[in-house]
Design a protein around this ligand. Structure first.
Ligand code: NAD
Ligand code: MG
Length: 396
């Protein structure tokens, strides 16, 4: 075999669920990779331990209050310590060949755009980037010739079976959804759901925010917008199909009736490995799919009555402009309020819908979201209105 120089890579959000899975693959192939930057929000100890383990060049906490702890934890290691949101953006702009964007929420937009602007290969887990700023994000990807690889399991599945040379022969995308932990719950039961019940996903182990999104099915809604931007397919050609076993990760339907799908065990290390090795493949230590053990796979249409998120998201995409940006920010606020036990589970779609309407009717309603500053202005206005809305519901 030929020896090649190690690939230089960075991981934004390395202490999270996706970040840890990424470093798990990296540390199984240490000679192939050189880690440039690792970033986290505030968990300095976990970040420093990772940085020491992989020999990173720089470790960055977004929260300035965690700087002292990071500096102490890295003392004597020769690894640079940095703090603050601007330092995260600078870390993302360092000269890595490959970057994993795995910060959760719109907080990941500025650093991910900094990596996109370098024209590096960007593995995108941070779907909120495409929801809050999809047109801007994809325009930047095209402008800089960036290779964008989808990490989200559904989009990674579609990416693997999508004929990029003949997109006009594609009739539809089929996005599969597990249905989450409340798939069979009544609305009455959902009204009383606790954060513990919402984050207990039947198939996937993930961060708290995406787990709640999965329970409300906002996750599938966000993925609908993500698919629209990534694959430039009209919204009416994107279907959502509930498939509780999470074996078929999504599919592409062609004009001749063929449907090509990607299957596998529900372990994010498979789509991450696809992105790490792309266009090659690498071994991943995941359970092997055993269809005989499954015996059967189930499918059905999502229930719009119990999961209003799907209607809200389609509406946000149809209205365009500030609507998806406001919707995403409001959802982040509502999920945090639910996790903090300030509002109920069914208040999440209520906060999102009311906030989206309020932002569209307000002074920023006709604002173009074609630059980072404009996106962040809409995002913070929506957060302010969503906090107020959540406060009213909490007091009621
Ligand atoms: P997580 O909560 O486990 O980790 C989030 C990471 O982002 C952590 O390292 C955290 O320190 C960092 N972070 C949080 N807030 C930050 C801020 N304000 N500034 C800078 N860094 C911040 O989340 P996760 O489950 O790993 O998900 C990460 C992203 O990947 C999300 O957008 C999620 O939707 C997407 N995703 C996750 C999965 C999964 O299986 N976990 C699957 C598909 C897509
Ligand atoms: Mg997904």
């Amino acid at each position: 075999a030929t020896t090649t120089a190690p690939r230089r890579l960075s991981v934004l959000g390395s202490t999270g669920s996706i970040g840890k899975s990424t470093l798990d693959l990296v540390t199984r192939n240490r000679e192939r990779y050189q880690v440039v930057a690792l970033t986290a929000n505030s968990n300095a100890e976990a970040l420093a331990a990772q940085a020491r383990d992989v020999g990173a060049e720089v470790a960055v906490v977004a929260d300035p209050a965690a700087y002292g702890a990071l500096k102490d934890a890295l003392a004597g290691s020769g690894i640079e310590a940095q703090a603050g949101p601007e330092a995260v953006v600078e870390a993302a702009a360092r000269d890595a060949d490959w970057l994993m964007a795995a910060i959760v929420g719109a907080a990941g937009l500025a650093p991910t755009l900094a990596a996109v602007a370098r024209g590096a290969t960007v593995a995108l887990a941070n779907k909120e980037c495409l929801v809050c700023a999809g047109d801007l994000f994809m325009a930047e990807v095209r402008r800089h010739g960036t290779t964008l690889l989808p990490v989200d399991s559904e989009h990674n599945a579609i990416f693997q079976v999508f004929d990029f040379e003949r997109p006009e022969r594609i009739e539809r995308l089929i996005l599969t959804a597990s249905g989450g932990p409340f798939r069979e719950w009544t609305r009455e039961a959902m009204a009383a759901a606790t954060p513990e019940q919402a984050v207990a996903h039947p198939n996937w182990s993930m961060g708290a925010k995406i787990s709640v999104d999965s329970a409300s099915m906002f996750n599938k809604g966000l993925e609908f917008i993500e698919a629209y931007h990534l694959f430039q397919v009209a919204p009416e050609k994107i279907e959502i199909l509930v498939h509780p076993q999470s074996v078929i990760h999504s599919a592409v339907g062609y004009v001749d009736g063929s449907v090509l799908a990607q299957l596998g065990a529900p372990d994010m290390r498979t789509p991450i490995a696809v992105c790490l090795a792309w266009p090659d493949r690498m071994p991943a230590p995941v359970a092997r799919l055993d269809l005989a053990r499954h015996g059967r796979l189930d499918f059905y249409a999502p229930d719009p009555e119990r999961f209003p998120s799907l209607r809200i998201v389609r509406e946000a995409l149809r209205r365009g402009g500030v609507a998806p940006t406001a919707m995403n920010a409001a959802n982040e606020v509502a999920v945090a309020a639910f996790l903090g036990r300030r509002i109920g589970f069914l208040d999440i779609p209520a906060v999102v819908e009311a906030t989206m309407e309020a932002v569209m009717a307000g002074p920023l309603g006709n604002q173009a979201v074609d630059a980072l500053a404009a996106v962040m202005a809409v995002d913070s206005e929506a957060r302010r209105l969503a906090e107020a809305q959540a406060g009213r519901l909490a007091a009621a």
